[in-house]
Design a protein around this ligand. Structure first.
Ligand code: ATP
Ligand code: MG
Length: 321
């Protein structure tokens, strides 16, 4: 069973990425063959700054290693180190209709937010399909926002297989954790690196406090009872608390006397507590850049071996001799 997972180094990793995908991805190392990459080509759709991209890529690598990515067990690389994916991207582009891409929610959401869409952003589901199909992936663990892209990958693969009358590509399946689904950001919309509404996983105490304090709530006063059902603070607390802790929190919402600031402090403590155990390992890699580079090189070599064998099969099937 091959599991493939990618994340864009397009900004600091946030708790939505963690609960939506990274956590499952790390755990999946015990259930199958994990292929995980830092999607640097994808990040170009939003990052147009050399220093920022380099820094983000490097930090993402460190964060993944700190969180338990095991480069011996798994294949862990940076997307642009295995260029075969770009060749496949072009090949697959010729099996992708414009209509399919125009229906992509993620693209529509981003343009609706005023993000100016270039061809890269429009066609990124095709690059994602190439990522998945190049490695014969069976399972793709994703957040809810990416299910549609995995479905598009299946459509593209089906159309390709049909065109050449051969089962060149395996049809992948998206795996979503229904409990988590979509983690809301501080403004209540999907938490997203490009929406400026994140709570970051690894950041300074000051910055994290600022982010948590920025969570949007209604304007109920201290002496009013509050509703936990639709409160962003409570929804985020669910990620960090057990049943009993949540019951206590519900009581605090119902009892006048405390304000949202208090609930935010409770959430902040929980988040700090949760990620503290990873800080030490993260420090280690921060101080051992060379080792991080070696790990990524080793991963790229492993991935390239598989990618180049697959691209030969594809070239052969379509007449690129
Ligand atoms: P961008 O704004 O650049 O698209 P992003 O924050 O949406 O960044 P991605 O790199 O697109 O992050 O996604 C990485 C993984 O994290 C994907 O599997 C995605 O489904 C998951 N993910 C992203 N945001 C959330 C969220 N708010 N809740 C749950 N999962 C999420
Ligand atoms: Mg996204």
């Amino acid at each position: 069973m091959r599991i493939l997972s990618g994340i864009q180094p397009s900004g600091t990793i946030h708790i939505g990425n963690y609960f939506g995908m990274i956590k499952k991805m790390i755990e999946s190392q015990d259930n199958g063959e994990l292929f995980a990459f830092l999607a640097s080509y994808h990040a170009l759709t939003s990052v147009k700054d050399k220093e920022a991209l380099e820094k983000n890529t490097y930090e993402a690598a460190i964060n993944f290693l700190a969180l338990g990515m095991d480069p011996e067990k798994s294949t862990f690389w940076v997307q642009h180190d295995v260029k075969e994916v770009l060749e496949l991207y072009w090949i697959l582009s010729n099996h992708t209709s414009m209509g399919l891409l125009e229906r992509a929610h993620s693209y529509k959401d981003k343009t609706a937010r005023g993000i100016v869409a270039g061809h890269g952003l429009f066609s990124y589901p095709v690059l994602m399909a190439a990522d998945i199909l190049l490695f014969d992936s069976n399972i793709v663990p994703v957040g809810k926002d990416q299910i549609q892209h995995v479905e598009m990958t299946r459509d593209i693969a089906t159309s390709f297989n049909h065109a050449y009358g051969k089962e060149i590509f395996i049809l992948p399946e998206a795996k979503v954790d229904e409990v988590v689904a979509t983690v809301p950001g501080t403004d209540g919309a999907k938490m997203s690196k490009s929406y400026n509404n994140t709570i970051d996983m690894f950041t300074s105490a000051k910055q994290r406090k600022k982010q948590v304090m920025g969570i949007v709530t209604d304007s109920k006063e201290l002496d009013e009872p509050k509703e936990w059902e639709n409160c962003n603070i409570y929804t985020l607390c669910k990620l960090f608390m057990n049943e009993n802790e949540l019951k206590d929190l519900q009581k605090r919402y119902a009892t006048p006397g405390e304000g949202y600031g208090h609930f935010k402090m409770t959430l902040l403590e929980k988040i700090n507590e949760y990620f503290a155990p990873y800080e030490e390992k993260r420090e280690y890699y921060l101080n051992n850049k060379k080792e991080v580079r070696e790990i990524l090189e080793l991963g790229a070599n492993k991935a390239r071996k598989i990618a180049s064998a697959k691209i030969e099969i594809i070239r052969d099937a379509i007449g690129l001799i």
